[in-house]
Write a protein that binds this ligand. Structure first.
Ligand code: FAD
Length: 404
C-alpha cells in the first residue's frame, strides 16, 4: 500500500494529513511528531493559556479519537533522526526504519537562545511549546519582577499578560523601536504607548550583555551598564527554522527549506510546508519565510495536493494577528518594500488601519481594533491592491466598496 509520511505533528503537519484524506487518498498516512502532545494550537500559549483562561486540553486541534477515525497513524514522542531520499526511507530515534512513497517535512522552528553568560539559569524562559508555556505560567505565579528580552510579538504578548497578572515588567529591545522588522514606525509608537500606558518599562537600543544570578535575583545587565533586577526573564528573540534533517539529506536550504509554489523541495518526492520553509507564493516576486497559522495551513494544503500529483500553486494572501491587552492587531500582506503609507483613522484606542503602498498598489495593511477593515483589506490585496488613495482616508466610506 502507498504510504505518505509527514515529519512534524504541528499545525502544518496536521493539515497535510487531513488534506490527504479530504482529497481522497486511501493509502497509509503516518504523522510523526517529537512532542508528547497531539497537535495543538500555539497562538494561545502567549495569550489565554498563559493567563490561565484555557487548559492544555482546549489547545488540542482534534479529539483523541479523530486520528483513528481518519485512519491517520499519529506517532507522538517520536523523533526522525535522518531521511534517506535515495531509497525512500527514514530513520527514527530508536533506530528503526520506515519506508515512504511521498514525504512531507513540516518540522517548524525552534526558539533562538540568548547567547550570553547566565542564559542557562532556570529563571530564564522561552516560549514555543506547551511545556515552555506551562513552565512560564508557573514561573509567573511566583515572580514579582519580569524582564522580557525582545520587543517582538511574543515578547509583547507575554509582557501584556504579565502586566494583567500585576507583575512589574521591563521590555529590553536591541533596536530603536518595538516590532522593528514588521510594522511601520507609527505602529511601533502605538504599541510603545500602549505598553507604557499599562505600566511597562521599555528600554530600546539595549543589548543584553549578561544575566547575573544571585539567590534571590537574576540581574539583566546591558552592554551600556544598565542593571535590571528580575525574578523571571523571558527571551523572545526569534526562531530558527528546523532544516537540519533536510540539509543532511542534501535538500536545498537557504534560511529555510527552499520550496517552489507547489511546496516542492529540491527532491521530487519530498514537499515541505509551514515555518520551516522559504517558499514561493505566486502573489509575490521574492521568496519568503513566514511564521503564521495562515501560512502553515494554506501551504500544507498545497503540499498535500502535490503529494497526490494534483498540484495547485500557492497564491494566498498572508495574514497574521496579535492580541495585547484589549488590542487586536491584524495584518495582511507583506509590507517589506513599501514606499508610502496611508493612515485611515486616528492612531489610538478607537482603532485605525495603516496601508502600506508600493507605487499605486496597497501591498499590506495593519488594522488595530478594526476587524471589518482587516477583512476588507484581505479582499483588496487579493484583488491586486489598487484603489483610490483619497477614499482610503475617508472613514465615512465603507472600505468594502473601495476595490469594486
Ligand atoms: P510547528 O508548530 O513548530 O510544528 C512543527 C513540529 O515538528 C513541532 O512539533 C516539532 O517539535 C516537530 N519536529 C521538528 N523536527 C522533528 C523531527 N525531526 N521529528 C519529529 N518531529 C519533529 N501565528 C499566528 O498567525 N498568530 C499568532 O497570534 C501566533 N501566535 C503565536 C504564539 C506563540 C507562543 C508561538 C510559538 C507561535 C505563534 N504563532 C502565531 C505562529 C504559529 O503558531 C506557527 O506559525 C505555526 O504553529 C507553525 O506551524 P508548523 O507546523 O509550521 O510548525
Amino acid at each position: 500500500m502507498t504510504r505518505h509520511v509527514i515529519i512534524g505533528a504541528g499545525q502544518a503537519g496536521l493539515q497535510v494529513a487531513e488534506s490527504l484524506r479530504k482529497e481522497g487518498f486511501d493509502g497509509e498516512v503516518v504523522l510523526i511528531g517529537d512532542e508528547s502532545s497531539a497537535p495543538y494550537q500555539r497562538p494561545p500559549l502567549s495569550k489565554k493559556y498563559l493567563l490561565g483562561e484555557v487548559t492544555a486540553e482546549r489547545l488540542l486541534f482534534r479529539a483523541a479519537d479523530h486520528y483513528a477515525r481518519q485512519n491517520i497513524d499519529l506517532r507522538l514522542d517520536t523523533r526522525v533522526t535522518a531521511i534517506h531520499p535515495s531509497n525512500h526511507t527514514l530513520t527514527l530515534a530508536d533506530g528503526t526504519h520506515l519506508e515512504w512513497d511521498r514525504l512531507a517535512l513540516t518540522t517548524g522552528a525552534r526558539v533562538r537562545r540568548l547567547d550570553v553568560p547566565g542564559a542557562a539559569d532556570p529563571r530564564v524562559h522561552v516560549l514555543r511549546g506547551v511545556e515552555d508555556a506551562e513552565s512560564l505560567r508557573q514561573g509567573l505565579e511566583r515572580a514579582a519582577r519580569v524582564v522580557v528580552i525582545g520587543g517582538g510579538f511574543i515578547g509583547l504578548e507575554v509582557a501584556a499578560i504579565a502586566r494583567k497578572l500585576g507583575r512589574e515588567v521591563t521590555v529590553v529591545e536591541a533596536q530603536s523601536r518595538l516590532l522593528p522588522r514588521v510594522v511601520a514606525p507609527l505602529v511601533s509608537t502605538f504599541f510603545h504607548e500602549l505598553h507604557t500606558g499599562h505600566g511597562v518599562r521599555i528600554l530600546l537600543e539595549q543589548q543584553v550583555a549578561a544575566l547575573v544570578p544571585a539567590a534571590d535575583t537574576l540581574t539583566v545587565q546591558t552592554v551600556d551598564g544598565t542593571s535590571i533586577p528580575a525574578d523571571l526573564v523571558v527571551v523572545g528573540i526569534g526562531v530558527i527554522p528546523n532544516t537540519e534533517l533536510a540539509e543532511a539529506a542534501g535538500i536545498v536550504c537557504e534560511a529555510g527549506i527552499v520550496v517552489d509554489e507547489f511546496a516542492r523541495t529540491s527532491h521530487p518526492h519530498i514537499v515541505s510546508a509551514g515555518d520551516c520553509t522559504r517558499h514561493r507564493n505566486l502573489l509575490f516576486a521574492a521568496p519568503h519565510r513566514l511564521e503564521s497559522v495562515q501560512n502553515a495551513v494554506d501551504q500544507a494544503k498545497v503540499a498535500a495536493s502535490t503529494m497526490l500529483d494534483a498540484p495547485v500553486p500557492y497564491a494566498q494572501v498572508p495574514w497574521f494577528w496579535s492580541d495585547q491587552y484589549d488590542v487586536k492587531l491584524q495584518m495582511v500582506g507583506i509590507s517589506a518594500g513599501h514606499d508610502s503609507l496611508i493612515v485611515r483613522g486616528v492612531p489610538g484606542p478607537d482603532g485605525f488601519s495603516v496601508f502600506y503602498r508600493s507605487g499605486d498598489r496597497v501591498i499590506a495593511v495593519d488594522s488595530i481594533n478594526k476587524p471589518a477593515e482587516h477583512m476588507a483589506a484581505r479582499k483588496l490585496i487579493a484583488a491586486g491592491g489598487r484603489c483610490d488613495p483619497e477614499r482610503l482616508t475617508d472613514t465615512s466610506t465603507d472600505l468594502k466598496t473601495l476595490f469594486q
